[in-house]
Every structure is written in C-alpha cells, then in structure tokens.
Ligand binder design. Structure first.
Ligand code: NAP
Length: 254
C-alpha cells in the first residue's frame, strides 16, 4: 500500500466527527468514518464510511492493521464509553497516533439551579414527588424512570417511538430541541417544574438550559461517565493540528 493511501480512521456518530471528516477530506487526507449502525438513515459524511462494530478491542486493532490506518481519532459521543475504551487499547496495541475529540461538558452559570447526578437511576431518585418533568433524554435512557408513578413526565422526542414507552404517567412532546424561544414556550406551556438531561455539551441542545435559567427551573443533570482523559482534545481545530503534526502532508509521512 502506498503511503498516500493510508487512511485516518474517525470513530464517529457525532456532529463533531462529521465536521472533522469534512475538514480532513478538504485538506486532502483519506478519511474513513466509522459508525456503529444505530441510525438507519445517517447523515452523509465526507470521505469513506464503514458501518457496524469491529468485534471489540482486538477487532479494532485487526482492522487498523489490515487497512494500514495511519491515525486513529475517537470522535464518539461523550456517553459512548465502550468504543472509547476499545480505541485506547487498539491504539496502544498497534502503536499508531491517537487522539480523542470530546466537546467540553456544560458548566453551570449564575442563575442555573442544577443538581448533578451520576446516572439515570440517581436522576430518577432526585425528582421530587408531583413534579412535572421534561425528560430530554433518548428513548433508550428512560428505563430508570419507569417506576415513578408520582411524577408527570413530558418526554421530548424528535420522532415518535416505535414501541410503547414504559412510563406510568407521561405525555409525548414531538419536537426538535435547539431553538431558545421554542424552549421557553415549551417550559411555560407544559408547566415544567424540572428538567432531566445528560451533560452532552455543545451548542445544539443548550437552549433548554438557557430557558431553564431564565425561568428558574431546576435541572437534574446526568454527568458524563468517568473515563481516562488520554489524549483528549476539545475541538476540531486542535485535532487538525494533531493530525498535521503526525502527518504533515496527507499520506507522505508515516
Ligand atoms: P458504546 O456503548 O461505547 O459501544 C458499544 C459497541 O458499539 C462498541 O463496543 C462497538 O462494537 C460499537 N460501536 C460504537 N461506536 C462505534 C463506531 N463509531 N463505529 C463502530 N462501532 C462502534 O457506544 P454507544 O453509546 O452505543 O454509541 C454508539 C454510537 O452512537 C457511537 O458512534 C456514538 O458516537 C453514537 N452516539 C451515542 C450517543 C450516546 O448517548 N451514547 C449519543 C449520540 C451518538 P464492537 O465492540 O463490536 O466494535
């Protein structure tokens, strides 16, 4: 394989990963973006794409060796921990340059009323009785709330769920997050008393937190899982610099 054909493997599934792939392709790098395959119709990504698990750490290391991957970038979601652990192990086993792109977590600002909790179960316990709670979580994260029959949940989703939700007292709110005025209106219209969400970071879903601050609504914030802070960089610019140092001209070094 010629050096110029050696790809950068971007473990993706996030907006940042898509943005990174686009920038790298524009700079002339060969990029393979890897998706877990959870979404049936994923957004188009610049460069090449592969879909599905690798088969654990060993599978990922084998993949890296077999296609001559030059650099590994883990740009997966802050709450996706298994693939990140696998990436660290596979980079170590193969010895290729490795970095993780992770958007910084949100931090409370003056006026915010946040309770930080470690996981969904702790969030469910932190909700007071008779609360009206906006559950701003994905469908797969609702299980810890299924036994609270003394709380009314407003479950926000973009698309209707494909199976009934296992919650006792709830209504569905089918809408897209992201617009501040819409979030303010939703909190008022539904008389929301609390919000439960995950500390995903980024600007896309921050509007609900601004709206909560404005209306003095408490937020139960599920914090990110603990993970090793190995080679973690906060934004695309920092990753581009890392790549440029490891491979100054696309494909010519390494
Ligand atoms: P996870 O628990 O860390 O990973 C479970 C398994 O799925 C991994 O061991 C791996 O299988 C496979 N996998 C995960 N990400 C992959 C990728 N980018 N390419 C190839 N295989 C991948 O991950 P998760 O939380 O289920 O998240 C799955 C994907 O959705 C990630 O790409 C993530 O960026 C994205 N996402 C996750 C969240 C979230 O809240 N967790 C939110 C938005 C987007 P093998 O061991 O077989 O390789």
């Amino acid at each position: 394989m010629r050096a110029s054909e050696r790809p950068i493997l971007v473990l993706g599934g996030t907006a940042e990963a898509r943005g990174l792939a686009k920038m790298l392709v524009e700079q002339g790098y060969r990029v393979i973006s890897s998706l877990a395959g959870r979404t049936s119709d994923p957004i188009r990504i610049a460069g090449e794409t592969r879909v599905g698990g690798f088969g654990g750490q060993q599978g990922l290391a084998d993949y890296i060796r077999s296609n001559g991957t030059a650099i590994l970038i883990d740009a997966t979601h802050p709450f996706a921990t298994q693939i990140s652990d696998n990436a660290i192990a596979a980079a170590e086993a193969t010895g290729i340059p490795f970095a993780r792109l992770e958007r910084p977590a949100w931090l409370p600002r003056p006026g915010d009323i946040w309770t930080s909790v470690a996981d969904g179960s702790a969030a469910a316990r932190a909700i007071p009785s008779k609360a009206r709670v906006l559950l701003a979580l994905g469908r797969q994260h609702l299980a810890p709330f299924s036994r609270r029959n003394d709380v009314h949940f407003i479950v926000r989703m973009i698309d209707p769920p494909d199976a009934p939700l296992d919650l006792m007292d709830f209504e569905l709110e089918l809408s897209k997050p992201g617009n501040f005025d819409d979030e303010v209106a939703l909190l008022s219209k539904k008389r929301i008393s609390h919000i439960v969400c995950r500390n995903s970071g980024g600007s896309q879903s921050y509007a609900k937190l601004r709206a909560a601050r404005e209306q003095s609504i408490p937020v139960i914030m599920i914090e990110r899982p603990q993970r090793p802070a190995i080679a973690t960089l906060p934004d695309i610019g920092a990753i581009l610099s890392f790549v440029a140092e490891a491979m100054p001209q696309p494909g010519l070094k390494l």
